[in-house]
Design a protein around this ligand. Structure first.
Ligand SMILES: CC(C)(COP(=O)(O)OP(=O)(O)OC[C@H]1O[C@@H](n2cnc3c(N)ncnc32)[C@H](O)[C@@H]1OP(=O)(O)O)[C@@H](O)C(=O)NCCC(=O)NCCS
Length: 202
């Protein structure tokens, strides 16, 4: 169920510190991407970088202490999604380098690309399982379809990220390829599952 007081908007450079906090909390060391990677994504393809903002109206009743910012509206970023537009990926041969974590968006992004690559998505832990991931994911896809000439959507997910796999499967994505032990984090090594959805024009 999606609540009110939520805004989905394109990200800007002032959001980077909140985005990085969310990145650190969402991904283990080893599968985490850097601030430079996220800043480049903003520079190169701002349309493909959305944040989900929660307007936290903090007007609680215990207003004795006037120094603790009660009644102040706080806007917290509780989710983000990033993407690139690719020329169709040549199966197998290009998979490894194109999906590499922290790859430079400048190398592969092309505004005329027909394949939308969703490079990352995260929702803050205390806001998960409320439909926000699904909302953010589909808002990005709808925006991209309305503005660009997209024929397919592709992403990579670790075999142990079960919530993410559920989200993608529910939205019609199918596994097309696996890269053995692509993700290496403190829990171990996990296969990278490449999932794809073809978009058919009506
Ligand atoms: C993956 C992630 C973004 C999902 O966020 P979320 O807000 O919890 O997602 P949602 O609430 O929209 O979807 C999760 C639930 O809705 C279900 N769902 C999602 N889309 C659906 C749809 N279109 N139809 C039916 N059910 C759907 C899922 O099965 C899941 O069910 P559950 O909550 O009962 O287990 C979040 O778990 C996360 O940030 N994880 C850590 C980072 C990560 O793994 N990112 C993925 C990188 S590839």
């Amino acid at each position: 169920m999606v609540e009110e007081d939520l805004i989905i908007r394109t990200a800007n450079i002032n959001d980077i510190s909140q985005i990085m906090n969310l990145e650190i909390k969402s991904f283990d060391k080893g599968v985490r991407e850097t601030e430079i990677t996220y800043s480049n994504r903003l520079d190169v393809f701002k349309d493909g970088f959305l944040v989900l903002e929660h307007n936290n109206s903090n007007n609680s009743n215990n207003s004795n202490n006037i120094n603790n910012n009660e009644n102040k509206d706080e806007k917290n970023i509780i989710g983000f999604i990033t993407s690139e537009l690719w020329e169709n990926v040549k199966e197998n041969t290009e998979y490894c380098q194109k999906f590499n974590l922290n790859h430079n968006i400048n190398k592969f992004h092309n505004d005329n690309g027909k394949e939308l690559y969703i490079s990352s998505i995260a929702i803050s832990k205390n806001h998960q399982h409320k439909g926000y991931g699904n909302l953010l994911f589909n808002t990005l896809i709808d925006n991209m379809i309305s503005k660009y000439n997209i024929k397919s959507i592709i992403l990579i997910v670790s075999e142990n990220w079960t919530n993410a796999i559920k989200l993608y499967t529910h939205n019609g994505f199918k596994e097309i390829y696996r890269i053995n032990e692509f993700f290496n984090c403190n829990k171990g090594k996990f296969d990278g599952i490449i999932m794809k959805k073809e978009l058919y024009s009506k």
